[in-house]
Design a protein around this ligand. Structure first.
Ligand SMILES: [Zn+2]
Length: 160
């Protein structure tokens, strides 16, 4: 949330600053770089300020709450953060192992509904089996498309 507020503040200030730079009567090759450096600084400053403001207003909000209400609020906040991190974890997992195929049974732990499936490329190195060949790493790499499976329950990964 503070990121959005900070970004909006940055945009407003950046536009005003750019108009001022454009209309002011100064010139030279360093002008663009000054503008760039100040813009970057402005961005960081807005982000820090927005983050600080969010924390400050939350502290004030907490101070006006009843103890029971405050506890509930903090509990909900912790739950919300946990849910968000779970969602992120799920996205990363889906990216790496694909989506869950509900019909597949895991051959390792025999559970259903936890197996992810994705297509991936495996590279196999075939080294030439001679002293000279090994020394210079002679050989071919063969690529093959495989179906990779992963079970969320027992964390096993295997190829179909
Ligand atoms: Zn399993």
């Amino acid at each position: 949330m503070s990121f959005i507020l900070g970004f909006i503040a940055f945009l407003v200030l950046e536009i005003m600053f750019s108009i001022w730079v454009y209309t002011a009567d100064h010139d030279g090759p360093s002008l663009f770089f000054s503008w760039l450096v100040i813009s970057a600084f402005l961005f960081v400053a807005c982000m820090v300020a927005a983050d600080y403001a969010e924390k400050y207003f939350e502290k004030r909000k907490l101070a006006t709450m009843e103890p029971a209400e405050r506890e509930r609020y903090l509990e909900n906040k912790a739950k919300d953060e946990e849910r968000k991190s779970k969602e992120l974890n799920e996205r990363l997992h889906a990216h790496q192992y694909g989506t869950i195929n509900r019909a597949l049974l895991c051959p390792h732990c025999q559970s259903k509904g936890f197996v992810r499936m994705t297509q991936t490329v495996r590279v196999t190195k075939n080294r030439v089996n001679s002293v000279a060949g090994k020394a210079i790493g002679l050989g071919t790499n063969s690529e093959s498309q495989v179906t990779q499976l992963h079970c969320d329950k027992c964390s096993m990964t295997w190829d179909a």
